[in-house]
Design a protein around this ligand. Structure first.
Ligand SMILES: *[C@@H]1O[C@H](CO)[C@@H](O)[C@H](O)[C@H]1NC(C)=O
Ligand SMILES: *[C@@H]1O[C@H](CO)[C@@H](O)[C@H](O)[C@H]1NC(C)=O
Ligand SMILES: *[C@@H]1O[C@H](CO)[C@@H](O)[C@H](O)[C@H]1NC(C)=O
Ligand SMILES: *[C@@H]1O[C@H](CO)[C@@H](O)[C@H](O)[C@H]1NC(C)=O
Length: 378
């Protein structure tokens, strides 16, 4: 029951690079509440100060490396999670725009059962954030947990202790936690209300919502409208304040290889026998690849009225039919409207690098359109 794969969220992050030239002996100096200093990599040493402003609307961005960040829409961004690599140039730039730059935090649930281990892990994260002039941490603990397991309360404690340490040690810092698209249908039984209470807000990963096993092995949308919004309703019903929820949208889609395609565009990906849907071929595709392919597809962009999602069909070089489901400004704007209606804290995406920043005129327009779709419509 592991279809489709959670691909990109499962990448093992490379270790963060330290500030060049920093040796451990200097650490105690940096821990003093004196931010401006010789080690600040920014031209203006003031840019090494943490951001303390709390925006009314969050635009929460995951960055996975390279220099595409130079082309992001910084007029909107409030937080960037450096998911793969630290980049001091990005930190200086983000701070110059009033945006926070935060660490990605992942730790084994087994290990955090030990309160001493928890404390030392948190101390390490705070020190890393300080030496890199960062503004907090995004906890991305995507591990299975059963409701009765002893790690259940340890995870809540980890979030609370991380938030307390960061808030105490770095002025104005932000601690957030990534949750599944729904508190239901999940192998992650977390204490969602207590976790949301303990941290600044949670980022809801409203994607990877389709499992072919649920639909006679057919392909379907990555983040259908109704399924997505029902997830938020369920979090709110559990007692989570909407102002603690940030909607996370996919800037990627799923490419399914079809065994056959029905006249009404249903793509069967496997024979529905046991084991269920075995042999389904699917992989994630970033929006930039989708937009390069769609004009030469068999169908062009189609719209599924029930799922409120675009898709298209194409034939590969071996003659096999594929169906690609994705999100575009149209589907994203519909979901974003819910943020206003229910008073959520903001919006974000996995991940900002998925767009085309090559500068090609058509791609540039499509990329701007995707960023624009995040804006609240007043
Ligand atoms: C979640 O954590 C809170 C605070 O620690 C606790 O009071 C509550 O009982 C927990 N909820 C569940 C369902 O265990
Ligand atoms: C949305 O989903 C809910 C729960 O599954 C269902 O009751 C409702 O009819 C759906 N609404 C639409 C518009 O499909
Ligand atoms: C497509 O394949 C599925 C699964 O094997 C099968 O149930 C269905 O009848 C097929 N449809 C067509 C149009 O061949
Ligand atoms: C694809 O087709 C659309 C609609 O005809 C057009 O606006 C767009 O420029 C085309 N994209 C590319 C990459 O050629």
């Amino acid at each position: 029951m592991t279809l489709p794969p959670l691909g990109s969220r499962r990448l093992l992050a490379r270790p963060l690079r330290g500030v060049p030239g920093l040796v451990p002996l200097l650490l105690p100096l940096l821990l003093a509440p004196l931010w401006a200093g010789a080690n600040c990599p920014c031209q203006d040493p003031n840019l090494c100060r943490p951001i303390s402003h709390r925006p009314n609307f969050e635009v929460f961005v995951f960055d996975v490396g390279e220099k595409t960040w130079k082309f992001y829409d910084w007029s909107q961004i409030t937080t960037v999670v450096l998911f793969e690599t630290y980049d001091s140039e990005l930190m200086c730039h983000a701070h110059s725009k009033g945006a926070r730059v935060v660490l990605k935090g992942d730790v084994s649930l087994k290990a955090i059962m030990d309160p001493n281990f928890r404390a030392s892990w948190i101390t390490q994260q705070v020190q890393l954030a300080k030496t890199q002039y960062m503004d907090g941490i995004n906890l991305d603990i995507e591990q299975e947990l059963s409701c009765s397991s002893p790690e259940y309360d340890a995870l809540t404690a980890l979030v609370k202790e991380t938030a307390d340490s960061f808030h105490r040690e770095i002025e104005g810092s932000q601690v957030t936690f990534d949750v599944n698209w729904s508190p239901r249908y999940t192998d992650r039984c977390y204490n969602y209300t207590a976790i949301a209470d303990a941290c600044d807000f949670v980022f809801v990963m409203s994607y990877d919502e389709h499992n072919p096993v649920w639909s006679k092995c057919t392909a379907a949308a990555n983040a259908p409208y109704n399924t997505t919004l029902t997830g938020y309703d369920d979090f709110i019903k559990k007692g989570i304040n909407p102002k603690k929820l940030v909607m996370g949208l996919p800037w990627y889609g799923y490419d399914y290889t079809c065994l056959n395609l029905s006249k009404d565009d249903v793509c069967f990906t496997a024979k529905a026998h046991s084991p269920p849907c075995s042999g389904v071929l699917t992989h994630q595709v970033p929006y930039k690849e989708i937009m390069k392919q769609v004009n030469s597809s068999l169908s062009g962009i189609q719209w599924d009225k029930d799922q409120k999602s675009p898709y298209y069909n194409y034939k590969d070089s071996d003659g096999r039919i594929h169906q690609v489901w994705f999100d575009n400004p149209q589907s994203i704007s519909l979901k974003a409207a819910y943020i206003q209606n229910r008073g959520l804290l903001g919006i974000g995406m996995w991940n900002a690098n998925c767009l085309d920043y090559s500068g090609d005129p058509i791609a540039k327009w499509q990329t701007e359109d995707m960023w624009r779709a995040l804006k609240p419509k007043l």
